[in-house]
Design a protein around this ligand. Structure first.
Ligand code: TYD
Length: 346
């Protein structure tokens, strides 16, 4: 990995979540002299089990904290060379059910981090964002300078955060960077997102809920490729700029479900069509040539990405079973209960 800009101590906010923990685990390998401070509030999707592989490293420490808590965050950031912010509420369906917490964490929390980073004079502040800030993309692919047109509370809160981040660059000269990733999959992803939900439901011989006709299009990036892209942008990106992180293959929801069922040897009849997500963005498609010009090449194409992901869930049943039997069940009932019961009766 890149060493151009020595960032020897990085605060990783939201580092117990899915992509954040992959970044933390990899950072210690990619930068053998660096240390990381992982900060996480450990809400439902943050899980210290995701960090077990680096638990024994003297270069890793964990601090439980809310990014909205300036008193706790400021002294941590004052010791750091860089801040990478993964902390966010991330699930679109939850944001439609209950937007408030999305605005609090994703917008107010980011402002708290920015304020602390500005006071500390960090060398880099990287905000992890999403392709969803562009909204539905009817045709072609979206470059970084396309307008932001978010259409649900989650993506609106992420777009709001980005604008704040860029304002700290313009007004205070804070060296900020933004990455906008496409759908990311791999080990340790909370099984509310389509891919881990479909895999774990299939393993339990339960129906796979497909929204609408299942024709929505996404691209899937392997989580370690996503982490490598963030590392590259952190060290070599131009401050004040955004970078898209994407994959080549367009995949519909039905294709995703079919591939998962085939890999697991389960019948296609497990697919169950349920009412569509309100305001569903049917297509995202990023132009990520700017990232490629920095030198990024993914290691995993879509087939490899999905195979590695399915294999991990097969091998880590206790990890996801613990989650699915806990508080997640309540959300699952609220989100899918009636629709799946109706689909089963048909
Ligand atoms: P998801 O993993 O929630 O990510 P995104 O943030 O892109 O919405 O969903 C991926 C796609 O799968 C999206 O088009 C919605 C669809 N989907 C379903 O059809 N059923 C489901 O139960 C879920 C969670 C998603």
């Amino acid at each position: 990995m890149t060493q151009e800009l020595p960032l020897d101590h990085v605060v990783i906010a939201g580092g117990a979540g899915f992509i954040g923990s992959a970044f933390a685990r990899n950072y210690l390998t990619w930068h053998p002299n660096a240390r990381v401070t992982v900060v996480d509030k450990l809400t439902y999707a943050g899980n210290l089990e995701n960090l077990v592989p680096i638990d024994d490293s003297p270069r890793y420490r964990f601090v439980p904290a809310d990014i909205c808590d300036y008193e706790t965050m400021a002294p941590l950031i004052a010791e750091a060379d860089a801040v990478v912010n993964f902390a966010a509420e991330t699930h679109v369906d939850r944001s439609i059910l209950d937007p408030d917490v999305f605005v609090r964490t994703n917008v107010l929390g980011v402002n708290t981090l920015l304020r602390a980073a500005k006071e500390a004079g960090v060398k880099r502040f990287l905000q992890v964002s999403t392709d969803e800030v562009y909204g539905h993309v009817g045709e072609g692919s979206t470059p970084e300078n396309a307008p932001l047109k978010p259409r649900n509370p989650y993506s609106a809160s992420k777009a709001g955060a980005e604008l704040l981040v860029f304002s700290y660059f313009t007004n205070f000269g804070l060296p900020v960077l933004v990455t906008r990733g496409e759908n990311t999959i791999g080990p340790y992803q909370y099984p509310e997102k389509a891919t881990p939900l479909f895999i774990t439901n299939a393993l339990e011989d339960k129906p796979l809920p497909i929204y609408g006709q299942g024709r929505a299009v996404r691209h899937y990036v392997y989580v370690d490729d996503h982490a490598a892209a963030i590392d590259l942008v952190l060290h070599q990106g131009v401050p004040g700029e955004a970078y898209n992180i994407g994959a080549d293959e367009e995949v519909t929801t039905v294709e995703l479900a079919t591939r998962i069922l085939d890999l697991l040897g389960k019948p296609h009849a497990l697919m169950q069509f349920v009412p569509d997500r309100p305001g569903h963005d049917y297509r995202y498609n990023l132009d990520f040539r700017k990232l490629e010009r920095l030198g990024w090449r993914r290691a995993y194409d879509f087939s490899h990405t999905l195979e590695a992901t399915v294999a991990w869930y097969m091998e880590h049943e206790s990890w996801w079973r613990r989650i699915k039997s806990g508080a997640y069940r309540e959300y699952y009932e609220r989100q899918y209960g009636k629709a799946l019961a109706r689909a089963e009766r048909k």
